[in-house]
Design a protein around this ligand. Structure first.
Ligand code: ATP
Ligand code: MG
Length: 453
């Protein structure tokens, strides 16, 4: 895969070497300890794991006693962070989880053995352990598979599913999604990221439980979507969100496209920067626009980027996802210029230059290219593209020839008229109608005098 999904938790780094040292120390002390979950899956897929999580039969208190530098982040769940050298290694005690009454977290956990710990995990591909010190599988043990990295311990059929690229819930799919609704999004994320087919029972359970995604906190939904929709594999994830009707929960605060059949050929989202990772803000901008356009194929996309529409979209995303201001600003910033750039009147040179000076110009241009590739506004888009490339070679945002201080010196008082004069003079500068500071001052003076009469 060409791009690494962002790490929303900002977890400190964890190297294989340091994780091995932590694992070794637990074993020296007579404990069972394995690598667990994502890192085992990634190794078997030939990918470089980003974290090396350790699972052990040592209870949390014992883990804390064995290492000098620990932090109990989820002590109730048996998760201890162990600082070793430059790494922070997550050490989790084997556990089973009791009933889930809130659709998010188990009411209680109990410490147990590796097999039960494997069964409480979400998908078979995530339910594997690795014994890195063992080279040969025990001959009488069905669940052991020798690999170059050590012996994989598989209680859930994950090795086979990985080989066949199948995403399958561990145990009863219906129950697994109804106890923790975040798994609905995790399923889509993993299936898309690893190009896996979702097993039939699992797929059915996702569809049935999709409306329950509402019960998950906006922050956690946003974390999942960020990892799902920024990488290039978003092209696989996006149609899945539609086919499982998860999309209607995510965009439930926008005018509904519920029941609409997703049409990939008319999808704006799929045409934004194909094959490349994009920012989450741009992904949301494309998502919002596609959601509306899928609901009304006849409409011009410009209808969905008016100030009013963008304002409503920003509110809808803030409520459903509670994303950072930077991400929201990027989404809004990417959408805002489209109305004027693609509108009926050819935009003036100053508007184009001001546009290029925006931090989100690149994102807007990606959207314009995608709109054009749908066969919409193609002529204008082509012209803009060429012109933007040309303009970008020069200086698009030169320092203004005059500032507010000059107007104050002319005796003008700050206010709306004050700003209007500065903007008009700057536009004239961007368009080459004034070239020197003296010309700019003269223009301002004329404007001020005209205002008085
Ligand atoms: P990534 O590479 O995206 O971090 P990961 O598999 O490491 O993938 P994490 O969210 O870091 O995923 O979780 C680590 C492991 O914990 C998973 O592999 C899985 O076994 C288990 N797990 C995490 N979240 C859940 C959940 N909601 N339900 C059940 N098991 C979970
Ligand atoms: Mg992980």
């Amino acid at each position: 895969m060409s791009d690494v999904p962002p790490n929303p938790s900002n977890k400190p780094p964890c190297s294989r070497e340091d994780a091995l040292a932590v694992l070794g120390r637990l074993r020296q002390a007579g404990q069972v300890a394995y690598f667990a979950g994502g890192c085992v899956r990634d190794l078997l897929l030939g990918l470089e794991p980003k974290d090396w999580d350790v699972a052990t039969d040592a209870p949390p208190q014992r883990v804390r006693a064995l290492f000098s530098n620990t932090q109990a982040v989820g002590a109730a769940f048996g998760v201890i962070l162990v600082r070793h050298s430059k790494s922070v290694v997550e050490v989790a005690t084997f556990r089973t989880e009791g009933a889930y009454s809130d659709g998010r977290r188990p009411d209680a956990v109990a410490f147990t053995d590796a097999e039960h710990d494997a069964r409480r995990r979400d998908f078979t591909i995530n339910g594997l352990f690795l014994d890195p010190e063992k080279r040969e599988a025990g001959s009488d043990k069905r669940e052991e598979v020798a690999t170059p990295d050590g012996v994989v311990i598989d209680y859930v059929g994950g090795v086979e599913d990985l080989k066949n690229r199948i995403l399958r819930a561990i145990g009863q799919a219906q129950q697994r999604f109804s106890e923790d609704h975040l798994r609905l999004l995790r399923a889509v994320r993993f299936a898309a990221r690893f190009a896996m087919a979702v097993e039939e029972e699992t797929a059915r359970a996702i569809r049935v439980n999709a409306p329950r995604l509402r019960g998950i906190s906006p922050e956690r939904i946003a974390d999942e979507l960020r990892m799902m929709l920024a990488p290039a594999t978003r092209a696989v994830a996006w149609p899945m969100l539609w086919s499982y009707a998860l999309i209607d929960v995510i965009f439930r605060f926008l005018p509904s496209s519920e029941g609409v059949e997703f049409d990939a050929r008319r999808s704006l989202f799929l045409r934004v920067a194909p094959g490349r990772a994009i920012s989450f803000g741009l992904a949301l901008a494309a998502g919002v626009l596609d959601y509306r356009m899928q609901g009304d194929h006849a409409a011009d996309p410009i209808a969905f980027v008016t100030r009013k529409e963008i304002h409503a979209a920003a509110r809808a995303m803030r409520e459903a996802l509670r994303i950072s201001n930077e991400e929201l600003d990027e989404m809004v910033g990417a959408l805002e210029p489209l109305e004027h750039l693609l509108g009926p009147a050819e935009p003036a040179l100053a508007i184009k230059k001001r546009f290029l000076a925006r931090p989100t110009a690149g994102a807007s241009r990606e959207l314009i290219r995608a709109i054009a590739s749908l066969g919409l506004h193609g002529e204008r888009a082509g012209r803009l593209e060429a012109e933007f490339d040309e303009l970008a070679k020069g200086e698009v945002a030169p320092a203004p020839l005059i500032t507010g201080d000059d107007l104050l010196a002319m005796g003008m008082k700050p206010g709306p008229a004050f700003r209007r004069v500065l903007e008009a003079v700057y536009d004239a500068q961007l368009e080459g109608r004034v070239g020197t500071r003296a010309e700019a001052l003269a223009m301002a003076k004329t404007m001020i005098e005209n205002m008085k009469t």
